[in-house]
Design a protein around this ligand. Structure first.
Ligand SMILES: C[S@@+](CC[C@H](N)C(=O)[O-])C[C@H]1O[C@@H](n2cnc3c(N)ncnc32)[C@H](O)[C@@H]1O
Length: 354
């Protein structure tokens, strides 16, 4: 079998899978781009009729939720969002599993071809929190050796076809805050998954040593194979963001893209503390993540509630409610800035004092 999972734009195993993923992408696009704006109008009208302002709190939304859930178009939207997600994962998972030995062999072959770039301890046990079916992916990030392949193609659907060449990861890497002295010799990408930001960061800082860290070995093995095929020289480490193996002051900059809303609340503070510890004085921390705001428009509140309840995002409400900038300041960071980005995500930047 030819090697098709190379580089930035691999194909899924069979033509049948590729067309199914295209179909799923169209279904998701329809749900998000055509259907959601319509129900957003209905949800906003319910909030306005209740005398609420254009941006509302979590508690205010909870009061409206029973009425919102009575709208047939809202019920249909939730079902469609959930079903397309389940169908996309299942198709990919079945397809990779049908030729398991071959796909596992590809990961092993990359490890042999490019040694010393994937760091893990075979006895490491991932925490339960990372083994849930996050986003409904069966087995989550850790449950299947081929989860990285499945995640890659599944997230192409998730990104609505707009990330086939890592465009979104590239734009995230572009906003990373650099240290004031401009020195970027060592970069850490926390919760790197399949390494799309890790490689984007290396491409922007070719002289820097760039390391990605994640708890899930299947993600890291795929990340390593992908970076190897792309000929991008980065390191991947299995470990906990809340208990980093690196020495104090190792990195000029630490980056975390959509990690925090997927970890339990009790780990927010230890992860922030570890980021602070491994940064050198003047080093920067960039966090791009789900909205972390007291008030959001009612339709955004509805979507966040859907994700938590029906898209297996069990930890996201705690992140949405956390005083994240307060946590950064408490850990010792200064110049903490938070703002909404061009997308639905928020960018937060902080600096370790000199
Ligand atoms: C949404 S994904 C991150 C996406 C990724 N940053 C990207 O560029 O596409 C969240 C990742 O966090 C990882 N993760 C969960 N808990 C973790 C922990 N305690 N320490 C490190 N990584 C963790 C998961 O395995 C998963 O790969």
């Amino acid at each position: 079998m030819e090697q098709r999972n190379a580089g930035k734009h691999p194909e899924p195993p069979r033509r049948e899978d590729a067309s199914h993923m295209e179909y799923m992408t169209e279904v998701r696009n329809f749900a998000i781009r055509s259907w959601f704006p319509r129900i957003a109008g209905d949800v906003s009208s319910i909030a306005a009729a209740a005398g609420l302002p254009p941006a509302i709190t979590r508690d205010e939304f909870a009061q409206l939720a029973p009425q919102v859930d009575q709208i047939p178009a809202v019920q249909g939207w939730k079902r469609l969002m959930r079903s397309q997600q389940q169908l996309a994962w299942q198709k990919l998972q079945d397809s990779y599993a049908a030729d398991r030995e071959y796909w596992e062999g590809q990961l092993t072959e990359a490890e042999e071809r490019n040694r010393g770039r994937l760091h893990y301890d075979p006895d490491f046990v991932a925490p339960e929190s990372a083994c849930q079916d996050i986003h409904l992916q069966p087995g989550g990030y850790c449950g299947d050796n081929l989860a990285g392949y499945v995640f890659y193609h599944g997230t192409r659907v998730f990104y609505q076809g707009d990330n086939d060449f890592d465009e979104i990861h590239d734009s995230c890497a572009d906003v990373m805050k650099l240290p004031a002295d401009g020195q970027v010799r060592r970069v850490l990408d926390l919760g790197c998954s399949i390494g799309q930001c890790t490689t984007a960061l290396k491409e922007r800082h070719p002289d820097a040593e760039v390391r990605g860290l994640d708890v899930a070995l299947p993600m890291l093995r795929y990340a390593h194979m992908r970076a190897t095929d792309m000929n991008v020289d980065v390191h991947f480490h299995q470990g906990l963001a809340e208990d980093l193996e690196f020495s104090d002051g190792t990195f000029d900059t630490v980056f975390a893209y959509i990690l925090f809303h997927e970890v339990p609340k009790h780990t927010f503070e230890p992860i922030v503390r570890e980021a602070f510890r491994v940064l050198r004085p003047g080093g920067t921390f960039t966090v791009i993540d789900a909205p972390n705001a007291d008030r959001l428009p009612p339709p955004n509140r509805m979507w966040a509630a859907y994700d938590a309840q029906y898209n297996c995002e069990p930890f996201s409400p705690a992140f949405g409610a956390a005083d994240f900038t307060g946590l950064l300041a408490k850990a010792g960071f200064e110049d903490v800035e938070k703002g909404s980005s061009d997308s639905f995500l928020y960018n937060t930047f902080a600096v370790k004092p000199l």
